[in-house]
Design a protein. Sequence first.
Length: 314
Amino acid sequence: ESMDGVNDSVVSEFVLIGLSNSWKMHLFLFWFFFVFYMGIILGNLFIVFTVIIDSHLHSPMYFLLANLSLLDLGLSSTTVPKMISDLFTNCNIISFPKCMTQIFFVHVMGGVEMVLLIAMAFDRYTAICKPLHYLTIMSSKMCVSFVVVAWIVGIIHAVSQFVFVINLPFCGPNKVDSFYCDFPRVMKLACVDTYKLEFVIIANSGFISMATFISLIISYIFILVTVWKRSSEDLSKAFVTLSAHITVVILFFMPCMFLYVWPFPTTSLEKYSFIVDFAITPILNPAIYTLRNKDMRIAMRRLGKQIVGSSRIS
């Protein structure tokens, strides 16, 4: 792509190959993403709204949950709206700056979400294993620190990789074999040998995903063992609570590890596995954490009554 003939070696835009070429599949995917994205927006905003309004939910667990909801909303918004419009207009071109911006935010949000999931595991560990010290350990200061650290880690994680990629020379091929921009796909299009850089990315994203995933699973096992030693009746209760967390963790990390740790990408599978991270996990979080949660259900009923009450008065 030449830019007005000034410089023949600069790619100004990328073509996202997307998911499928068949018209029926396009239509299906359009409605699938549209419905899911509406669910993601409404579900997650509803959680944030409920947690802010209902004073009964002003506890560490719900504070972290509301942050997770905002993050899920952000993460899916980095890719899904563009996907929906691409499917609708059949134009899947993304400009170079937009592509880089998308990469950056996907990694910031992804990094933040990893730290938040650790914070939530720590919160459950404290609540179940050290109930008497729970409120002193999980003070509001501690909760805010978790969120701040999460954002710092997310930004460092994204910047540390972004610095390398933004300076790569792109001079020829510009077809990205995916429905959004990400490091591994875009890097392959650079006009230099990116072997070392791929290693850096795999080490960074892959290692972080693996380490976080393993530490989360260990922490959950540790919680269950602690509960089991105390009483077997509590075990089933704890298991129900934690199985929801574990489901979210597995769904979030599997595509990440698949993309960054697996050295031989099988593209079609990979594309579909990432639908999980951008469309399915963000809608599962509200479903898993709220509908199965008694306090949250009660809060929703209260909120519903308030809304109905106020509308009657007016």
